[in-house]
Design a protein around this ligand. Structure first.
Ligand code: ADP
Ligand code: MG
Length: 628
């Protein structure tokens, strides 16, 4: 068969263009990436051989061999892993198969103009196989898939096209030949290669050899990192391993390494990243913990060992006590897996607790990145709810910082029964809510819930330490019983209209507004605004309803009418009350103003007005003529 020429996907072309011009100062990472691929290829074959042992016939010893051809300036990386057939080649080396690389390219598209930043990002993401073009003017991949007879040679200079032709390879596996550019010849020096492997790939469980003459020198420790004892592992080694398993290139925020012995033995080496991975809020909620059984890689779709709300975890879990025959399809229902899972959850939550207790500042970084995800556990995992609640942090009316529920309860005012909350889309707009006024005036703290997940867990959790959560936009405010900062129940009505006059006004407003509202009442929660809307006790919270509507989740019959609360101390209200009194209840003249008042409350909720033309007309009339 003759040589066939293909074009790279447009995005790969863009990527290669940047990679080739990269001035990134750690170009040596190309070797880490190629070794990492070689090791993955061995892992995948080892797994495939569990069910098809023939695949490793004549060679179950996996190894990676590095060879330098000084004369031709070629560094080659050979493995006896799973290899690739022709389809695999076109699917993987010509497209962007890898999610991390895809994220890199997406970022490029966003700030395509900022060259400096693009180049810096290569280091941050790593671009897998394509990083070879940072140092090479040509790359060849000679590969033969386990079980196949045919071998294939892929070749490219990284400039838009690649070729594939049939070739020969004595055994299964892949050899990547990196034709180094003149100015990158340092990478054929054995001292340099040795050093790079030690620094970046020591944790690889497959032995890596360097061929020198007819001798082969082993460069790495070649025992999987997680099987070594903690005291032997340096921080840098953990970090390198984290880069390898996670495809992230930040530092781990937390490393959790345990060898658990007992009825069920397993090892976990888990990491929490220090920055937010790009796919955190994808609807697939993909997990990124790899499951190994007796050091054989089984799956990286770790559903079953890690719950969705801990999907920020990266790393591996390896158990001696699971069967190697465990299939990817059935392992979720294995009782041993369930046991490991609950052990891991307890461990992770426990470590988070320690970190939160030790350093509020560092914990804040975690919380800002992953708090919204962890809170999903509050309604998905009732069994661990009590461990998750104390880990939660909130913005509140107290100030700019974050508070825990325990801190909130400790600061509750005398007579205060509930943990007050208010939800909304963003902190700035929540802080402006009129419903908060009375609470602020009395110094009662309110938690500001700005994550959409809050609308789910609050109703299902209901309470903390026997204190119910209560939305300030729902139900009555009961502020009268709570003592303010001076310790006295607030009862100063000096600027208010008389109760009787307010009652008369409310009666008049009810006539004017009819079934637009569920009820109208005098408010305890307003001090500055004239009006606000709240939901009735048993109804859907007003902010929750809004969120559901935005996400098209509001079902027929769920929406309910609101209660209009009026502030008896506000000049607008006192003026209207006086008008009703003067006209001894003749309410006709009040109609326009009542409708304006209602629309004002809707606007304050960030809602739209049904009939904007009528609104404009009324406003003009009231300005012109006043009430009446
Ligand atoms: P990633 O390793 O994150 O998937 P890469 O860009 O490093 O991304 O590699 C792309 C793909 O090319 C791999 O997923 C794999 O399918 C294939 N590949 C690369 N190197 C090898 C190899 N040595 N053996 C088998 N497949 C390989
Ligand atoms: Mg890779």
């Amino acid at each position: 068969m003759s040589k066939e020429t293909y074009s790279f996907e447009t995005e790969v072309g863009k990527l290669l263009d940047i990679v080739a011009r990269s001035l990134y100062s750690h170009k040596e990472i190309f070797l880490r990436e190629l070794i990492s691929n070689a090791s993955d290829a061995c892992d995948r074959l080892r797994y495939a051989a569990l069910t098809t042992p023939d695949l490793i016939e004549g060679g179950g010893e996996f190894k990676i061999l590095l060879e330098a051809d000084t004369e031709k300036r070629i560094l080659s990386i050979a493995d006896n892993g799973i290899g690739m057939n022709k389809d695999d080649l076109t699917e993987t080396l010509g497209t962007i198969a890898r999610s991390g690389t895809q994220a890199f390219v997406d970022q490029l598209a966003q700030d395509g103009s900022d060259e400096e930043k693009n180049l810096a990002m290569i280091g941050q993401f790593g671009v897998g196989f394509y990083s070879a073009f940072m140092v090479a003017d040509k790359v060849e991949v000679l590969t033969r898939k386990a079980g196949d007879e045919k071998a294939w040679l892929w070749s490219s200079d990284g400039k838009g096209e690649y070729t594939i032709e049939e070739s020969e390879r004595g055994e299964r596996g892949t050899t990547v030949k990196v034709f180094l550019r003149e100015d990158e010849k340092e990478f054929i020096e054995s001292e340099r290669v040795r050093h790079i492997v030690k620094a970046h790939s020591d944790h690889i469980g497959i032995p890596i050899y360097l061929a020198e003459g007819d001798k082969e020198e082993k460069l790495n420790t070649a025992s999987a990192l997680w099987t070594r004892s903690k005291s032997e592992i340096k921080d840098e080694q953990y970090t390198e391993f984290y880069h390898h398993v996670s495809h992230n290139f930040d530092d781990p925020w937390l490393t959790i390494h345990n060898q658990v012995e007992g009825v069920l033995s397993y090892t976990n080496l888990l990491f929490i990243p220090s920055s937010r991975p790009f796919d955190l809020f994808n609807p697939e909620r993909k997990l990124h913990v790899k499951l190994y059984v007796k050091r054989v890689f089984i799956t990286d779709d770790s559903e079953g060992i890690i719950p969705g709300y801990l999907r920020f975890l990266r790393g591996v879990v390896d158990s001696e006590d699971l069967s190697l025959n465990i299939s990817r399809e059935t392992f979720q229902h294995d009782p041993k897996i369930t046991k490991i899972r609950s052990g891991l959850i307890k461990r992770v939550l426990g470590e988070l607790k320690k970190k939160a207790d030790k350093s509020a500042d560092e914990y804040k970084t975690f919380w800002e990145n992953f708090g919204a995800v962890l809170k999903e556990g509050l309604y998905e995992d009732a069994a661990n709810r009590d461990a998750i609640l104390p880990l939660c942090r909130f913005h509140s009316t107290r100030g700019e910082g974050l508070v825990s529920l325990d801190e909130y309860i400790a600061a509750m005012k005398e007579g205060q029964e509930a943990i007050y909350t208010i939800s909304g889309e963003n902190l700035e707009s929540i802080r402006q809510s009129p419903q908060l006024e009375g609470f602020k005036a009395k110094g009662i703290e309110v938690l500001l819930l700005d994550d959409s997940v809050d609308d789910f867990w609050v109703p299902s959790v209901g309470q903390y330490q026997e204190k119910p959560f209560k939305s300030v936009t729902q139900g009555g405010a009961d502020l009268a019983n709570i003592k303010d900062a001076e310790g006295k129940p607030k009862d100063d009505k000096k600027d208010q209209a008389d109760d009787a006059d307010v009652d008369a006004l409310i009666a008049a407003l009810k006539v004017a507004l009819g079934d637009k509202v569920k009820d109208i009442r005098s408010s305890q929660r307003l001090t500055e605004s004239a009006v606000c809307l709240v939901a009735d006790e048993g109804d859907l919270d007003i902010r929750l309803e809004k969120m559901l509507r935005q996400h098209n989740q509001l079902q027929e019959g769920m929406a309910s009418k609101r209660i209009l609360e009026i502030n008896p101390a506000h000049p607008t209200i006192t003026r209207m009350a006086a008008f009703v009194k003067e006209n001894s209840g003749a309410v006709d003249g009040l109609n326009e103003a009542a409708l304006l008042l209602f629309d004002q409350a809707r606007l304050l909720e960030g809602e739209t007005i049904d009939d904007t033309a009528a609104f404009a007309r009324r406003l003009s009339r009231v300005i012109e003529k006043g009430l009446g």
